[in-house]
Design a protein around this ligand. Sequence first.
Ligand SMILES: [Fe+2]
Length: 320
Amino acid sequence: MLEADSVKITLLVDNQIDMLLPDDQNVDRYGLVEHFDTRVPPPIAENGLSILIEATAGRQVTRVIFDAGLTSNGLMHNLATLGIDAQTLDYLVLSHGHPDHYGGIYGLLERRDTRLSVVTGADAFLPRFASMPDGRVSGNYSAALRPDTVESSGGSLIMCEDAISLGGGIYSSGRIPLATEFEGPAATAPWGSNGLWQLNTEHRLVVDPVAEEQAVFVAVNGGLIVLTGCAHRGVVNTIRRGRELFGDRDVLAVFGGFHLGFPTTPAANVDATYREFVQVGVQRVIPMHCSGLRSHIAFSAATGGPSYIQPAVGSVFSFS
Ligand SMILES: [Fe+2]
């Protein structure tokens, strides 16, 4: 199994930005000095997710961008501000087919001189709708994500439902089984409830199972780093998938959207998730994007479990 010697993780797009966060052991912040430097526009936050993973194994450096934020403007602005060259990327992994995760894909592909391999599940391209309790219904909000458009914009699609190695100890998760009792999308719901819907492969309108959602794992020096997109399949289920693939390694950190801020996610899931983190021995937790205020409050106040680290666009985490 390929294993990284060291890993650098940069938060490219997230809902939060905070220039007052101090540097910490293994965390370099894009702080006040950088924000006040008039020569470089500061990074911006938006309601999406994108994370750069740079793994070094021997002399080889592998660079994977996990999700593409909500807009091309946001992603490309932050790449430029943070000094990251889009030409150096080896893969884009799209966790699932929701716009807050693929939105910047075309800006990124069009910026490159060469094709970029895009790893995702086939169901990412199914039509999707949102219905709200007040009667509002969206059109197909994922219409912009199409395989032919990805290809014609410079992407080379790798559709996969199994885990694959991306090099340097970085892996896509493959499909994530629903193992816990409390996580994952509801099997059914009344139309008009606060929910997400999908026109499935049998042309039936169903509660969106987001069955294609994949995470990214990094195997580094005997430990495991877990990165989730939106965790529609559950962040604990994602960790369990990691353990299934990599065995009982120390979970050094869990990054990403935990789906605990979604209006239909029960509040009790926050504590249930933390208990599982404690049980697994997760060392650090960085709740981003859709994790919600409740999980930031709970995880930052709790003791006996993982260290809570506040996310902010531009923060760089190092593991070796
Ligand atoms: Fe999301």
